[in-house]
Design a protein around this ligand. Structure first.
Ligand SMILES: NC(=O)c1ccc[n+]([C@@H]2O[C@H](COP(=O)([O-])OP(=O)(O)OC[C@H]3O[C@@H](n4cnc5c(N)ncnc54)[C@H](O)[C@@H]3O)[C@@H](O)[C@H]2O)c1
Length: 324
């Protein structure tokens, strides 16, 4: 039996991961560790509370002793580490929480794994990271696993630092680790402060849709459940010590994305209101990365993963979830 510690399982992606693993792996014990910051939404995971193979722990990864206790008490054999401060705008206003949780919190987990897993080669520390560690692209090219790290925001700097720590524990302590770097996710449960939820909420409430600068920045979008399936593949079959890039292959500028969401919204809820008039350009984010693009050929060929959800369908599901 694996005893899988999933951190950040009350957040957006973590909730989907926890629910998937609890339901698909009844033979394993799933321990969800989350300190429930503003970004957590416990009601998204109430439906798994009654499962025998599930346990929730309200613990802060910044507390090294508490983290070590969890490893000892539950004899943790595997970690899927998602807990993080995740919003770039917040990292610009207050970088400290990002350094504490994303860097120190990750090191606390690594230390607990190192100290409790001596000689255990069948264990795994899986660190979930972002494509933003690679920096910003011009109109051409894509991030590969070999692309040099060049983080530009305090958020991506903290994630890059945590990635380096994870790799260093593989090199220095032989800790069995794997890392994935994923592009922008969207889907149900995402916090309203993020871009796609902001757009959808603005449409529902018919209030201005804020777009940074001229809306030309380009992101590569992935439906959250496709990320979960990629995580599952890497968890089960990823090679220890390796990094896998995960991307949706759906690149679109922020402005075109808003037009697309409006189109899908009116498709679902036809009416005569001119939603395009809600578009409102605001001062650009400081140091705003221009473009992210992921080359995910490694996970596609090695682990036979590819995104399944069509963007239009994924957006419609997301709209319907927020509408409900
Ligand atoms: N959202 C994306 O598009 C995206 C893309 C690539 C990678 N990632 C990475 O995936 C992970 C999850 O992202 P998300 O969007 O679901 O984040 P989120 O902000 O929605 O959720 C983060 C969760 O971590 C918990 N948490 C924060 N600090 C903690 C602490 N000190 N101790 C314990 N728990 C803590 C929060 O309570 C929350 O439940 C992050 O590591 C993020 O860097 C996110």
């Amino acid at each position: 039996m694996k005893k899988i510690l999933i951190t950040g399982g009350a957040g957006f992606i973590g909730a989907h991961v926890v629910k998937h693993f609890v339901k698909e792996y009844s033979e394993h014990q799933i321990i969800n560790l989350d300190c429930l910051t503003y970004a957590a939404e416990p009601k998204n995971i109430v439906d798994i509370e009654s499962f025998d193979n599930y346990k929730f722990l309200k613990i802060n990864i910044n507390n090294a002793e508490d983290v070590d206790d969890v490893f000892k008490k539950y004899d943790i054999t595997h970690v899927i580490h998602l807990a993080a401060e995740s919003h770039v705008d917040r990292s610009i206003d207050n970088s400290i929480d990002f350094a504490l949780t994303n860097v120190i919190g990750t090191v606390n987990l690594l230390n607990a794994a190192k100290n409790n897993w001596i000689g255990k080669r069948d264990h795994l520390f899986y660190h979930i990271s972002t494509d933003e560690v690679y920096g910003s692209l011009g109109l051409n090219g894509s991030f590969k696993e070999t692309t040099k790290y060049d983080p530009k925001s305090p958020y991506s700097a903290s994630k890059a630092s945590s990635d380096h720590f994870v790799r260093s524990y593989f090199n220095t302590h032989n800790l069995p680790v794997v890392i994935s770097n994923c592009s922008n996710n969207y889907g149900p449960y995402q916090n309203e402060e993020k871009f796609i939820p902001t757009v959808i909420k603005s449409l529902i409430e018919r209030r201005p849709i804020p777009i940074y600068g001229k809306g030309k920045n380009i992101r590569d979008w992935l439906y959250v459940n496709d990320h979960v399936l990629a995580i599952e593949k890497i968890f089960n079959n990823g090679r220890v010590g390796e990094t896998y890039n995960i991307g949706g292959g759906y690149e679109i500028s922020n402005l075109d994305l808003v037009y697309k969401i409006i189109e899908m919204y009116v498709d679902l809820y036809p009416n005569d209101f001119n939603y395009n008039n809600l578009i409102s350009f605001v001062d650009d984010r400081k140091g705003h990365d221009f473009r992210y693009s992921i080359d995910s050929s490694k996970i596609r060929s090695e682990l036979d993963w590819s995104p399944k959800m069509k963007f239009e369908e994924g957006i419609k599901r997301t709209i319907n979830w927020f509408k409900k």
